[in-house]
Design a protein around this ligand. Structure first.
Ligand code: NAD
Length: 294
C-alpha cells in the first residue's frame, strides 16, 4: 500500500485564500489585523522565522511589527513593551519568539501577554482553557495538525492516538486536542521503555521528538495515519522529519511529508489566530458601543 500524502502546503494555500478575505473584511471596517513579534537576542534561526512570519502577514493583509531587543536588554524592558502592546488597539496578536536567552524567565514573559492577544496560545490561561476544553486561542502547530486530520477526513473519536513527545508547544497540546475529540491517547517520551510497542497500536501516530527517522516502518500499524512534526537537519544539509518517510509511506494509510507537511500549517494557524483575535476584538468593541448607547 502507498499512503495518501497529507499535503500541508496545499492546505495552507487554500486556508490563506479564505482567511485573506476575512482580513480584508476587517480592514474595510477600519480594523486591519495587527501582529507584533517580540524577539530577543541574535539567534539566527529565530531571525529567519520572524522574517518569514512578517512576510506571511504581508501576503495575507495583516499589519506586522517586529520588536527586537538585544540579549542584554533586561526582562523588565521586554515586559514593559509587551504591556504597551497589550494596550495598543492596532495590535491584536502578540508573539514572543522562542527560545529566549537562558537568563530570561520565559514563563513570566509569556504570562505578560494579554490572554486575548496570545496568538501562540502559550499563556497559562489559554493553556488552562485548552485543558478544560473551552474556547481559546490554540497553539499553532498542534492546531495545524488537527486541521490536517479534519481536512483528510481522519476519524478521531474512539481511535487510539499515540503522541511521541510531551513538550508544551507540541506534544502536550496535541494530546489534549485529540483527547477532546474523543481519542484514547497515549503519550510517549524519551523515558518510555517500549516506544515501538505503543506506536504499533496507534491508529493516529503524531511524532514530535526532534529525532531524525526515529519511527521506522516496523513501528507503524498498517493503514495508520502518521503525522510527522519533527524537523531535523542532516549533516548533508537535507531536512527530514522524525519518521522514515520512504519506508513508512509503504505501510501507513495517510502520512505527512517533511518538508511540506505540518510546517506550512504552523504559520498559517498563526495568521488565522491573529485574524480571529481581531474579529473578537471587533465584536467586543461593537458590543460595548451597543451597551453604552442603551
Ligand atoms: P522538545 O525537545 O521540546 O521535546 C521533544 C520531546 O520528545 C520530549 O518530550 C522528549 O521526551 C521526546 N523524545 C525525545 N526523544 C525521544 C525518543 N527517542 N522516544 C520518545 N520520545 C522522545 O521538542 P519540540 O519543541 O516539541 O519539537 C519537536 C520536534 O518538532 C522538533 O524537531 C522541532 O523542530 C519540531 N517542530 C516543528 C514545528 C513545525 O512547525 N513543523 C513546530 C514546532 C516544533
Amino acid at each position: 500500500m502507498n499512503a495518501r500524502i497529507m499535503d500541508g502546503s496545499a492546505l495552507a494555500r487554500e486556508m490563506r485564500t479564505e482567511w485573506r478575505l476575512r482580513a480584508e473584511r476587517l480592514s474595510r471596517i477600519g480594523m486591519r489585523p495587527g501582529l507584533a513579534v517580540v524577539i530577543v537576542g541574535e539567534n539566527p534561526a529565530s531571525a529567519i522565522y520572524v522574517r518569514n512570519k512578517a512576510r506571511a502577514c504581508d501576503e495575507i493583509g495583516i499589519h506586522s511589527e517586529i520588536h527586537a531587543f538585544p540579549e542584554r536588554a533586561g526582562q523588565d524592558e521586554v515586559v514593559r513593551r509587551i504591556d504597551e502592546l497589550n494596550r495598543n488597539p492596532a495590535i491584536h496578536g502578540i508573539l514572543v519568539q522562542l527560545p529566549l536567552p537562558r537568563h530570561y524567565a520565559s514563563d513570566a514573559i509569556l504570562a505578560a501577554i494579554a490572554m486575548e492577544k496570545d496568538v501562540d496560545g502559550f499563556h497559562p490561561c489559554n493553556v488552562g482553557a485548552l485543558v478544560l476544553g473551552s474556547a481559546a486561542l490554540w497553539p499553532c502547530t498542534p492546531h495545524g495538525v488537527m486541521r490536517m486530520l479534519e481536512k483528510y477526513g481522519i476519524p478521531i473519536e474512539g481511535r487510539h492516538a499515540v503522541v511521541v513527545g510531551r513538550s508544551n508547544i507540541v506534544g502536550k497540546p496535541v494530546a489534549l486536542m485529540l483527547l477532546q475529540r474523543g481519542a484514547t491517547v497515549t503519550i510517549c517520551t524519551s523515558k518510555t521503555p517500549d516506544l515501538a510497542g505503543h506506536a504499533q497500536r496507534a491508529d493516529i501516530l503524531v511524532v514530535a521528538a526532534g529525532r531524525a527517522r526515529l519511527i521506522t516502518a516496523d513501528m507503524v500499524k498498517a493503514g495508520a495515519t502518521v503525522v510527522d512534526v519533527g524537523i531535523n537537519r542532516l549533516p548533508d544539509g537535507r531536512l527530514v522529519g522524525d519518521v522514515d518517510f520512504e519506508e513508512v509511506r509503504e505501510k501507513a494509510g495517510h502520512i505527512t511529508p517533511v518538508p511540506g507537511g505540518v510546517g506550512p500549517m504552523t504559520i498559517t494557524m498563526l495568521l488565522c489566530n491573529t485574524i480571529e483575535a481581531a474579529e473578537r476584538a471587533h465584536a467586543a468593541r461593537t458590543a460595548s458601543v451597543q451597551r453604552s448607547s442603551c
